[in-house]
Write a protein that binds this ligand. Structure first.
Ligand code: GLU
Length: 511
């Protein structure tokens, strides 16, 4: 079997969309599983759409996600250069080959002439392809003008493009590894431009030439490229490269969460979740979009989530490390149907991976945030907070956002708890508990608990009845991690102060 060589071939026209990360991931998984090679090729031949910073952004994103590149712009490799703008001479050479073999031709038509063709077709009610075997005979190209006239035009520097001469009425069949047999008749294809008037190749020519030269074994890419695949097959044939043609796998679309249509940046913005792996500032508009990384997603969670958008292992197992994905992945288990983008599922994965992190790692994160907030905290306290909060958060920033009460007494108290639970019995228990604490020397979660048990037993009031009132007096909130542990972390003096403050400020006689 051919060596597995796959490529991720983005165009640096902006930030990498999350769907692009999935495409890169599937390529990477296959490469690693088969002991193959993962290539990053930058397809930057469309100079009008070039965006500065985009290439670097793509590389940074893949690196953050843990998708390692074996050959590429940065890594180099046997088939360098990996940036298409540096391979111009090659495309020119291969375009010449197609011209000589009669598979391509020069076309000199101006924009107006192309527009006139469009108008003629519209008037005739034709649903034919625009520039095709049916119409090329009516246009100004090397086929209609003849060799001499063509040479004259070329010599005088007239603008031209090179078009592919699509064979007439031929059935093109390709086997897609996901979709099975896909066939189309060439009457449905038009004579695509291969070389533009600026001397740059179009996507089609550069992509096919490079896949061939770089010995690509599998082309794994988004479904939006499926309509181009028959043209690519014809190009392989025209070049005489048929036996080296890669296998194709067109990945299902990523759909909006409700399944109605393709997921767009606008949908993501509207629903408040990121569409880009890392934060991106559009250099043209100045618009800043927050990334998955900056929103607190862990790369391993995002990878696990993306792997399941289109693929499944055929078992109940949902949690997969990158290594496990490499083991389990197979193109056969990728579905045809679009994959609904369910951000809640991404959060669920994130929560899982966050819980699995050692407290020390979370503590480092928390301490960094606290430093930015100018709040002092010992490592020991940070560790305890992380251990207490870990089960309750989905993102690392929530350690701080949901744990502010560890550092400051509440200024407000959850109204719904107060109205239901702040009653005479609660005040009685809280007063007695506070007084008992005042008398003590040693203090920790266990002591807090036994003291509270004693107080409630003595007063003959069920502990369950007053727990929420105690919690709200200490944290201001109706829910949170283990209350005894919270008291241990903030310490005895602070616990006493907070209960006293609540008793002094909250209404006396609510039942
Ligand atoms: N440059 C194309 C893109 O931006 C590559 C498509 C392909 O993989 O063939 O997605």
């Amino acid at each position: 079997m051919k060596d597995v060589r796959v490529r991720f071939a983005p165009s640096p026209t902006g930030a990498l969309h999350i769907g692009g990360v999935r495409t890169a991931l599937y390529n990477f998984l296959l490469a690693r599983q088969q002991g193959g090679t993962m290539i990053l090729r930058i397809e930057d031949t469309d100079q009008n759409r070039y965006v500065p910073g985009a290439e670097q952004y793509i590389m940074d994103s893949l690196e953050w996600a843990g998708i390692k590149i074996d050959e590429g712009v940065r890594e180099g490799g046997l088939y360098a250069p990996y940036r298409q703008s540096e391979r111009k001479h090659l495309y020119q050479q291969y375009a010449q080959q197609l011209l000589s073999s009669g598979h391509a031709y020069y076309a000199f038509d101006t924009e107006q002439e192309i527009e006139a063709l469009r108008e003629r077709q519209k008037a005739a009610g034709s649903d034919q392809q625009q520039y095709s075997s049916a119409t090329r005979t009516t246009m100004r190209n090397s086929l209609t003008l003849g060799a001499e006239e063509t040479k004259k035009l070329l010599d005088s520097g007239t603008n031209y493009v090179i078009r592919f001469k699509i064979p007439e009425n031929e059935k093109v069949v390709l086997t897609d590894l996901i979709r099975g047999e896909v066939s189309v008749n060439t009457t449905q294809l038009d004579d695509k431009v291969l070389m533009k008037s600026d001397g740059m190749p179009t996507y089609h020519l550069a992509n096919v030439v490079d896949d061939f030269l770089m010995k690509i074994s599998h082309v794994i890419r988004g479904e939006e490229w499926l309509p181009s695949a028959p043209l690519h097959v014809l190009l392989y044939k025209a070049f005489g490269w048929e036996k080296d043609m890669p296998q194709f796998a067109h990945l299902p679309l990523l759909l909006k969460p409700d399944g109605n249509g393709k997921l767009s940046k606008r949908d993501a913005d509207r629903m408040g979740f990121p569409i880009f792996p890392l934060t991106w500032k559009d250099p043209n508009t100045g618009e800043q979009s927050k990334g998955y990384r900056e929103s607190g997603y862990l790369p391993e969670a995002l990878i696990n989530f993306l792997a399941f958008l289109g693929w499944n292992p055929g078992t109940e197992q949902e949690i997969f490390s990158m290594d496990e994905l490499i083991q389990a992945f197979s193109i056969e288990r990728i579905g045809k149907a679009g994959a609904k983008f369910d951000i809640q599922k991404a959060q669920w994965f994130n929560q899982h991976y966050l819980r699995a992190k050692p407290d020390a790692e979370l503590a480092t994160y928390l301490l960094k945030t606290l430093e930015q907030e100018n709040i002092e905290c010992t490592k020991e306290k940070a560790l305890k907070i992380c251990s207490a909060m870990k089960e309750r958060i989905a993102f690392p920033q929530e350690l701080w956002e949901h744990g502010k009460f560890f550092f400051a007494a509440p200024k407000t108290f959850d109204e719904s708890v107060i109205s239901k639970k702040w009653n005479t019995e609660a005040r009685q228990v809280l007063t007695a508990f506070r007084n008992a604490l005042k008398e003590m020397n040693a203090f920790d979660a266990t002591i807090a608990k036994s003291t509270l048990e004693q107080v409630t037993t003595t007063l003959n009031i069920g502990m369950g009845k007053i727990m929420q009132a105690l919690r709200v007096s200490i944290t201001g909130l109706g829910g949170g991690p283990d209350l005894m542990m919270i008291m241990e972390i903030i310490g005895k003096a602070e616990t006493v102060n907070r209960i006293t403050f609540a008793l002094d400020t909250l209404p006396q006689h609510t039942t």
